[in-house]
Design a protein around this ligand. Structure first.
Ligand code: COA
Length: 274
């Protein structure tokens, strides 16, 4: 590779021929000015108060800034190409990039210090129920903190989908008797329908060893569709009443207004017991 080296010597020749300043401090002042010009062009990409963004204008400003950088390197006889390879490829290549690791999405078990965020996610996502589920079942906040704490005390463990160090969605899992219950699947409103719920549910299903049941409001048609898309089936109203009473601890009115969906292991278990 020798393009950058050639470019650096071309810049030196042209600047010298034109009588441009060779003083590094002045070159630096010009560089700062050109960087400002780059910012000015980029501003046009979002601000309606300026002329339309032009790629050619941006290109020209970036080129001016690069010329200043190359000129600065020339003044100190820096081989920029070698410096770049040493830094970017060799030295940086051996470093651990925390920012990159932090932005890769992960699914992890939520801890005690996540509680305020889990609480916020649930109550944000639960806004979907407002005006949809029976009025006497809706309250604001939908899930008070004490209720969430109680759920955790009763064995609900929350898994969270984290991206860029931020929790985006949560799903609760509770082992009760011979089944696993999916409890409280919630994805931040602004991030719904982009596969986060699917990844959380798939994560739980991969580790499941028992039949899985999910309960939701009968009126939450989107949630029913979500589980159906993942192979869950609605159980009959009679079976729903039986399952909710057997495995959940919820008031009779919630039993009345809810549905239960069961995964393949449940139908197989049911079929085998016949
Ligand atoms: C239900 C929920 C957890 C799903 O998570 P998600 O990240 O939005 O879901 P995904 O993107 O993985 O899957 C999307 C699928 O779920 C269903 N779905 C989710 N939100 C929907 C909506 N608002 N309208 C219609 N279908 C919806 C659809 O089947 C959709 O598939 P599609 O986009 O191909 O039509 C999330 O939408 C949510 O928090 N909703 C509000 C609270 C809730 O209902 N929780 C369920 C409690 S048990």
């Amino acid at each position: 590779m020798s393009d950058l080296r050639q470019l650096q010597s071309l810049v030196a020749k042209v600047r010298q021929a034109r009588g441009f300043t060779m003083d590094p401090v002045r070159i630096f002042a010009l560089l700062s000015e050109e960087i400002g010009e780059v910012a000015g062009e980029l501003k046009r990409t979002w601000s309606p108060n300026y002329d339309a963004f032009s790629k050619e204008d941006l290109q020209s400003e970036i080129a001016d800034a690069l010329v200043c950088l190359l000129a600065l390197a020339n003044q100190f006889e820096i081989d920029l190409e070698q410096a770049l390879i040493d830094k970017l490829v060799v030295r940086d290549g051996q470093r651990e990039w925390k920012s990159a690791a932090g932005s890769a999405p992960t699914i992890r078990l939520c801890e005690a210090n996540d509680l305020p965020t889990v609480h916020a996610i649930i109550n944000d996502a639960a806004q979907a129920y407002k005006g949809v589920i029976p009025e006497d079942r809706w309250h604001d906040p939908y899930m008070p903190l004490e209720e969430l704490q109680q759920e955790i005390t009763q064995g609900v463990e929350f898994w969270g989908y984290e991206e860029g160090g931020e929790l985006i969605g949560v799903i609760g899992l509770q082992q009760v008797q011979d089944v696993s219950l999916i409890r409280h699947a919630y994805v931040r409103t602004a991030r719904q329908r982009r596969g986060v719920g699917t990844r959380l549910l798939t994560h739980l299903r991969k580790q499941a060893t028992r039949p899985m049941l999910a309960g939701t409001w009968a009126d939450a048609v989107w949630a029913i569709r979500f589980y159906q898309k993942h192979g869950f089936r609605l159980v009959s109203p009679e079976e729903k009443d039986r399952l909710l009473r057997k495995y959940w601890s919820i008031p009779p009115r919630q039993v009345e207004t809810s549905v239960v969906l069961a995964d393949e292991r449940c139908y197989r278990a049911e079929h085998d017991s016949r």
